[in-house]
Design a protein around this ligand. Structure first.
Ligand code: KIV
Length: 278
């Protein structure tokens, strides 16, 4: 049985911490699912860590859907959240509804995530009213890096802190089932977590959020172009992968791979006969 929105909300009531990870493909989603992580985000971070873009802004809905489908095929139990890319939910509420429906109907996700607070409240209301669960995302919202002036901590000054607290309350009111807090100071994240009844999922938001989300390639040490302060490395897979690739190439060059162990045999008489006939 797949994890439900109610179960995620209940985890907050029961003070059970909620782990969440991103995944972008079938193999990884399967591993995350088998590790009993209840929430998988097909993040638009895909653009940076999988597609090599400099930010999440160029990511298209077709790219997101392609990867969402793969993740859904790999995840049998986790609730899969599809991240709505830049400008697919801002122009109008009907745009937001139309594009969110693609994630659910075509992509097979069970929820969507939108960046922003009050500005997306109407869209959140409409989507949830139409049966599409929504996860909010405030603080450092990477789709607004040009407006924010880069990947910076948000909410350190009183007006911004107040704005974020208000946005979290507005998202709850609008019907969001959870809110990601990205790069918000730990004391502010704690206050928001206490003030709203839906789970807060932190990334660089300190230990007091109800859950934590990380970009899987950061915690596995796969994406090495940039490692954010909030990411802890649990493995160094890029090093291991590079060593394996170097070994493979060296063995091909030295003709020590493949051996007969990796080859197929056939009846010798057939080949002898064939050799004589030509
Ligand atoms: O795209 C993403 O991976 C995200 C997380 C960082 C929350 O939005």
């Amino acid at each position: 049985m797949r994890v439900t929105i109610s179960e995620i909300k209940e985890m907050k009531q029961k003070k059970e911490k909620i782990p969440m990870l991103t995944a972008y493909d079938y193999i990884t989603a399967k591993m995350v699912d088998e590790a009993d992580v209840p929430l998988i985000l097909v993040g638009d971070s895909l653009g940076m860590v999988m597609l090599g873009y400099e930010s999440t802004i160029p990511v298209t809905i077709d790219e997101m859907l392609h990867h969402t489908k793969a993740v859904v095929r790999g995840a049998k139990k986790a609730l899969v959240v599809g991240d709505m890319p830049f400008m697919t939910y801002h122009a109008s509420v009907s745009d937001a509804l139309y594009n969110a429906a693609k994630f659910i109907q075509e992509g097979g996700a069970q929820a969507v995530k939108l960046e922003g607070g009050e500005i997306v409240a109407e869209a959140v209301k409409r989507l949830t009213a139409c049966g599409i669960p929504v996860m909010g995302h405030i603080g450092l919202t990477p789709q607004s890096i040009y407006q924010l002036g880069g990947f910076k901590v948000q909410g350190k000054v009183p007006e911004r802190a107040q704005r974020l607290l208000k946005d979290a309350c507005i998202l709850e009111e609008a019907g969001a089932f959870a809110v990601v807090l990205e790069c918000t100071p730990a004391p502010l994240s704690k206050l928001i977590t206490q003030r709203i009844s839906i789970p807060t999922i932190g990334i660089g938001a300190g230990p007091d959020c109800d859950g934590q989300v990380q970009v899987i390639s950061d915690i596995l040490g796969l994406y090495t172009d940039f490692v954010p302060k909030h990411a802890k490395r649990y493995a160094r897979l890029a090093d291991e992968m590079k060593a394996a690739i170097v070994d493979y190439a060296a063995e091909v060059k030295s003709a020590s791979f493949p051996t007969m162990k990796q080859s197929y045999t056939m009846d010798e008489s057939i080949i002898e006969e064939l050799a004589q006939s030509t």
